[in-house]
Ligand binder design. Structure first.
Ligand code: SIN
Length: 274
């Protein structure tokens, strides 16, 4: 297989791999550990094969809010129809950061791709952390932040297009709040990185609400710099995996009038430590 880095910060494209082959898995896993986001091109797989690949990484985390694929409750549908305006995941976020044990990562299989647009952006949270001054790293080390699902998937969101169209549901189940370190040690690599995100993080504990908003705003502006990013231009048949403990991502909603359909499988993670 041919592994080509996408940028200097994170991400790699893999050609010539077949995710169904067990004997290729160690090489794929090691590329995933090194680059945090990998895209395996030209995969012709069934939902069962998607799940079998995900299970090599760990147990499946069944998403409570996304519409499941018919006959496959462990696979979430990530869909925008051509007449819809809102896309899933438009804000910078880390999937499942509102869980006590945030998911290790998600595996997206692209099925229907618009002729242009609909890319996904990723940020390396370790590169962003390492680029902060040592004084700022010292200030953030040891802080903890609250993450919540309520304001994103809860009953206050029933008026959104995603809820009304049935793409998102189960709003009454949005009761998860979790507290995680602002700076985590990655459970596999040991690299330190920021673990707050604009969609799910609600406050930094121990700061006033004004201080918390200012510090989070500073972190978010810092992380959005292009130097820490990579951009994935999807092709139908791609399978991409990202590490939620090492990245943010954001779906670009710039393909109005076209359909975009992905299947997403999420893999369980572990509790995070400073
Ligand atoms: C997601 O946020 O999980 C979906 C990302 C995408 O559709 O590009």
């Amino acid at each position: 297989m041919d592994i080509k880095p996408l940028t200097g910060g994170l991400g790699a494209e893999i050609l010539g791999a077949d995710i169904r082959c067990e004997d290729q898995f160690e090489e794929i896993r090691s590329a995933f550990a090194e680059y945090s986001v990998i895209v395996l091109r030209n995969q012709s797989i069934s939902p069962e094969e998607h799940l079998a690949f995900a299970r090599r990484f760990g147990s499946i985390n069944v998403n409570r809010f996304f519409k499941p694929v018919e006959g496959h409750p462990e696979i979430a549908t990530v869909l925008k129809e051509k007449d819809q305006k809102e896309a899933v995941g438009e804000g910078w976020h880390t999937d499942h950061s509102y869980d006590q044990e945030p998911a290790m990562g998600s595996i997206l299989h692209s099925l229907d791709i618009p002729p242009y647009g609909g890319d996904t952006l990723f940020v390396s949270m370790a590169s962003a952390y390492e680029a902060l001054s040592s004084k700022m790293r010292g200030f953030l080390d040891g802080l903890w932040a609250v993450h919540s699902s309520r304001h994103v998937f809860g009953t206050d969101t029933l008026d959104t297009e995603a809820a009304k169209s049935g793409r998102l549901g189960n709003a009454h189940a949005a009761t998860q709040d979790a507290v995680h370190p602002v700076v985590i040690t990655h459970p596999l690599s040991g690299r330190r990185g920021l673990f707050v995100n604009p969609v799910f993080t609600t406050e930094i504990k121990g700061l006033s609400s004004e201080e918390s908003a200012a510090v989070l705003g500073m972190i978010y502006d810092h992380c959005k710099q292009p130097e820490f990013q990579c951009r994935l231009r999807w092709r139908a048949g791609d399978v991409a995996i990202w590490d939620n403990r090492a990245t943010w991502h954001k779906a670009i909603n710039d393909y109005h009038g076209f359909r975009r359909l992905m299947h997403r499988v999420t893999v369980e993670g572990v509790a995070l430590s400073p």
